[in-house]
Design a protein around this ligand. Sequence first.
Ligand code: IPE
Ligand code: MG
Length: 259
Amino acid sequence: MAAEENSPSAGAQGRSAEAPPPLHVAVVMDGNGRWAKRRGLPRSLGHRAGVEALKRTVSAAPDLNIRWLTVFGFSTENWSRPAAEVAELMALPKRYFESDIARLEREGVRVRVIGRREGLSPELVKLVEDAQARTAHNDRFFLNIAFNYGGQADIADAARRFAEDVAAGRARPEELTEQLFASHLATADSPAPDVIIRPSGEQRLSNFLLWEAAYAELVFQDVLWPDYGAEHLKAALQVFAGRDRRYGAVVADDVLAAG
Ligand code: IPE
Ligand code: MG
């Protein structure tokens, strides 16, 4: 990537002819309950069907130039759901890893679970740590699963870690920059998401990647998550490709026009 940027053919003019940089796509997996309700099924079956949609999406992603995929599986606010539903949601990582971790490992996927470990059962924490350790050597594709994750909780945790560093004499308040702060977030090892997709028709972030979303394109789709698959992901990326990303700046043509 760095070498490409320094090559004589790179730069603002030459860039469009080059392969686009790999994408970080984030997805709010929403609509499981409505999917089940429409079929007269218990919500638990909607969540199980959601795991199948996750499998389809993960397997479709690499061919669509996606290198990082971050999915929202359970939020810090989801604890307020009925206990039986929380229990069902807590069982999903096991269901997913039992069926897929060997394949993910083999296919070069590095799995990370981002979110608070407090509140998770010791069995679940072990399962998560095992899945991460087993795939830690992989670097072909990065799958981040946000579980017991909240954007505000993560920002508060990052602030606490920095404050602890200051209290211990390892850091000084005046050193704090956006970059240093971001290095304390759970997503520190991934680039910022290029696009955040939310299916199910809802149009909000619901506490997902609040810091990281600064310049993400938001794409909302009218499909319930258990129905999601390669075609929907492809359609979302087509919408994304049509967006004009300026990061607060202006495009070169407008600079010329203004002059
Ligand atoms: C997404 O589906 C799963 C989680 C948020 C854990 P929902 O359970 O939110 O489904 P709806 O929104 O009720 O349809
Ligand atoms: Mg929902």
